[in-house]
Ligand binder design. Structure first.
Ligand code: BGC
Length: 367
């Protein structure tokens, strides 16, 4: 393969920055790497630096690293690179981490079915890999004992999204079933073809609602690649075909829910204006609990979202990286399932608890 000039792209303004320096060292537990060390060097590659959820994960990783430098009394270097949606670029970035003797790589795979090059090379170089957010198949993770995955239980997010709508149905079914036919007409905005979260969320949300005894009818579904602007385009198309028929919009993430809201505002006016004109908005539901997503729940544009704990995922990745290098055990509260997986729970967010969740987020940012 032709060797390309490597372009290191910084996320959130930080790229390969040594966050703090201290004198005391830790001892590596890696075979062949036993030596006094004062630094933990982590290479991180994200599939797309413009993804809102991942930007929040990386930002928390950076602030948590600053905190932990003090607690662990070491230097933590995070080198963050954008794979720009290319698996080949990501493979090269991983090569570079190996070449520069990084201790651990955290990889947010571009193509979750194509991890083999990264795994083979990391294994040869004895550099552990923590995959995150985009889950590779189990057999791949089994190929070496220094491969890990940090993420969430995708199917639960679909179930919780379903429960948010069920609660609204129980409270006031007529507000959901606006045409009174006893069936919930919905459209679905899906994340990305082949992404575990897309597939599972789209399936489990509907499963949950029908299991609760409600009838549903899918008017349309489209892939919008987790993107706000693509979702706006798709929602505009849905509205041109089903203007007054859509009762619920399910989006696999908050950015797409916000794209749907952008389209609703353009086509129907704001929620209040539409109501005054006799064409009220459908209920819109997202997943993630990003800052902008929470804001939309707080101002009533979104019925609810499901907190995808990016903060927790960032923290557990760093804890795991430190434990791998230092040989210190992970704290007892952290469950390493099958010695390989760390899964963070999701949480329901509606008008009732959104203020509290926003407050918690602010506290984390201040830390
Ligand atoms: C998040 C999306 C994000 C995607 C990227 C999902 O878990 O909910 O917002 O775009 O991961 O892989």
């Amino acid at each position: 393969m032709k060797k390309r000039a490597k372009k290191m792209i910084c996320m959130a303004g930080i790229c390969g920055v040594v966050l703090c320096v201290s004198g005391c060292g830790i001892t590596s537990n890696f075979p062949g790497k036993e030596k006094k060390r004062a630094e933990l060097k982590i290479g991180i590659s994200v599939y797309d630096q413009y993804d809102t959820f991942l930007t929040e994960v990386i930002s928390r990783l950076q602030s948590y690293a600053k905190e932990k430098e003090k607690d662990w009394n070491i230097t933590i270097t995070l080198e963050i690179q954008d794979a720009n949606k290319s698996q080949l670029v990501q493979n090269d970035q991983n090569d570079e981490f190996i070449k520069r003797n990084f201790d651990v790589a955290c990889i947010n795979l571009v193509d979750r079915t194509d991890a083999s090059t990264i795994i083979d090379k990391a294994k040869k170089a004895d550099m552990p890999i923590i995959f995150f957010n985009r889950e590779l198949v189990e057999e791949e993770l089994e190929r070496w004992d220094k491969l890990y995955y940090v993420g969430a239980d995708a199917f639960k997010s679909g179930q919780i999204q379903g429960q948010i709508l069920i609660e609204q149905c129980e409270k006031d079914f007529a507000s959901v079933d606006r045409n009174g036919d006893g069936i919930i007409q919905y459209v679905m905005l899906e994340g990305e073809a082949g992404h575990q979260d897309s597939i599972v969320r789209s399936m489990y949300v509907i499963d949950e609602i029908t299991k609760a005894g409600y009838k549903v009818e899918k008017l349309a579904d489209e892939i919008a690649n987790w993107s706000r602007s693509q979702a706006e385009t798709k929602m505009t198309q849905f509205l041109s075909s089903y203007r007054n028929e859509i009762e619920v919009v399910f989006a696999n993430n908050d950015d797409m829910a916000l794209g749907a809201i952008d389209a609703l505002k353009k086509e129907l006016g704001t929620k209040r204006e539409a109501k005054d004109n006799g064409t009220p908005w459908p209920y819109v539901l997202g997943i993630d609990g990003t800052e902008v997503g929470l804001e939309a729940v707080a101002n009533g544009e979104m019925l609810g979202t499901v907190l995808n704990d990016g903060k927790g995922q960032a923290e557990r990745m760093l804890d795991l990286a430190y434990s791998l290098v230092s040989g210190e055990s992970l704290s007892e509260e952290i469950e390493l399932i099958d010695g390989k997986y760390i899964r963070l729970p999701y949480q329901k967010v509606t008008a009732e608890n959104v203020a509290k969740i926003q407050w918690n987020m602010q506290e984390t940012i201040k830390e």
